[in-house]
Design a protein. Structure first.
Length: 410
């Protein structure tokens, strides 16, 4: 019998076998794991049998959570990290060598863009292109290109990469296609459907959902042929080739960099993931209704949300995604004070987080994109009045009333 994804996630721990009949995998807090014989210890170290040797590479609690992420993404395996940035950074450092080349979206999350600048400084070149146009990605790829990295929906202006065409391009060129699925989550979209070899999720956001934990994960979809990737070390070419990439990420990324997800955080993420579909469906419904309402307000210059027909990639979002997500941004017309509007909001929280059950708002140019300066903000389409919203699961009428009273004051 084929069961729905929420049913699978709810019962994943129990059906996999849990100590003492618990319905959730319990917290395993030990830093080390012992074996009866040295032979067993050696076989685990050398990857000949499953097991844990040191908690920096994971423990039974994080493994149970990773299994749920793998289920969500329909992949062959996942590796978890302390944060989403830890996941991206560890993956890049594990797979790249000096002289390699990366093609990435120019609309990337600010911290990811900063990380790629560091990678560039260390000897890997990075080309940032408009990934809404696959032809620009094609022009940037060369014989040193190892990775194409994009996000499903850009933060904060909600540009959507040409996901399907880029996937076809990467398959033709034999390039690893990495997709950050944080803004859509596997409930709304699976990047494997467009050929992604690796998928990144910031578990701090909608998957956990409650704004009380940090985490990240890399999932291997099983679609990339790792025998074509020149940077896999011989020591990790064990077993089926589809396992090679994730093994190297766990060993050279997680083990060597130590961005380890703690057991308590993994437990919170695993339980939060059980209600992902319920929470996100509500948030997406709220977001579409609020975006439509905001677009009709006299003080609002523009609303950027994939669910609106005015959005440049609306038709692609309609075709690819189950719903349009909980992220949006809007701009006020000249003469209206952005900060005063935010100060007037009573329910909406002024915060830099995303994917929370509560609706959050932040003035983008003055905060999370302040360091890049006005010229780069302008190239990214970020105006000085841009407000980013992460829509939560409040009663919709309360959200609309809150924005109505705030707009009336500015």
């Amino acid at each position: 019998m084929t069961r729905g994804l929420t049913t699978q996630i709810l019962h994943a721990d129990r059906l996999g076998g849990v100590e003492h009949g618990a319905t959730h995998k319990p917290l395993h807090l030990s830093a080390a794991f012992g074996y009866d014989t040295a032979t067993e210890l050696v076989s685990v170290f050398q990857g000949e049998r499953s097991g844990h040797v040191y908690a920096r590479q994971g423990n039974p609690t994080t493994q149970a959570m990773e299994n749920k992420i793998t289920l969500l993404e329909g992949g062959v395996g996942s590796v978890s990290f302390a944060t989403g940035m830890g996941a991206i950074g560890s993956m890049l450092f594990a797979l790249l060598k000096q002289g390699d080349h990366i093609v990435a979206s120019q609309f990337l999350f600010g911290n990811t863009a900063s990380l790629l600048q560091t990678i560039d400084n260390l000897g890997c070149t990075v080309s940032l292109v408009d990934a809404t146009d696959a032809s620009q990605v094609a022009q940037a790829i060369n014989d040193k290109t190892r990775i194409v990295f994009v996000e499903t929906v850009a933060n904060p202006r909600t540009q959507i990469s040409d996901l399907e065409s880029i996937g076809q391009l990467c398959a033709e060129r034999g390039v690893l296609y990495v997709v950050d699925n944080t803004m859509t989550t596997p409930h709304l979209f699976r990047p494997s459907k467009v050929g992604a070899g690796l998928v990144m999720n910031s578990l701090s956001k909608s998957i956990s959902g409650h704004g009380n934990v940090l985490g990240g994960a890399i999932t291997d979809t099983g679609l990339f042929d790792w025998t074509r990737f020149p940077n896999i070390a011989d020591s990790y070419k064990k077993g089926a080739p589809k396992t090679w990439g994730l093994l190297q990420i766990r060993k050279k990324g997680l083990r060597d960099f130590g961005a380890t997800l703690g057991a308590e955080a993994a437990h919170r993420i695993a339980t939060g993931a059980e209600t992902l579909a319920l929470r996100l469906d509500r948030a997406c419904d709220n977001a579409l209704r609020l975006a439509t309402w905001l677009a009709a307000q006299p003080a609002v210059l523009a609303v950027h949300y994939p669910g609106l027909e005015s959005h440049a990639q609306h038709e692609k979002a309609k075709r690819w995604f189950r719903a349009y997500g909980a992220l949006m941004s809007f701009e006020l017309k000249p003469g209206h004070d952005t900060l005063a509007l935010l100060d007037a909001l009573e329910i909406v929280i002024k915060s830099s987080h995303l994917g929370d059950n509560r609706t959050l708002a932040i003035p983008v140019a003055q905060t999370i994109f302040w360091e890049m300066g006005p010229e780069k903000r302008q190239r990214m389409g970020i105006s000085e009045s841009l407000v980013r919203l992460s829509i939560g699961i409040e009663d919709y009428d309360d959200l609309q009333d809150d924005f109505a009273q705030a707009l009336s004051k500015v």
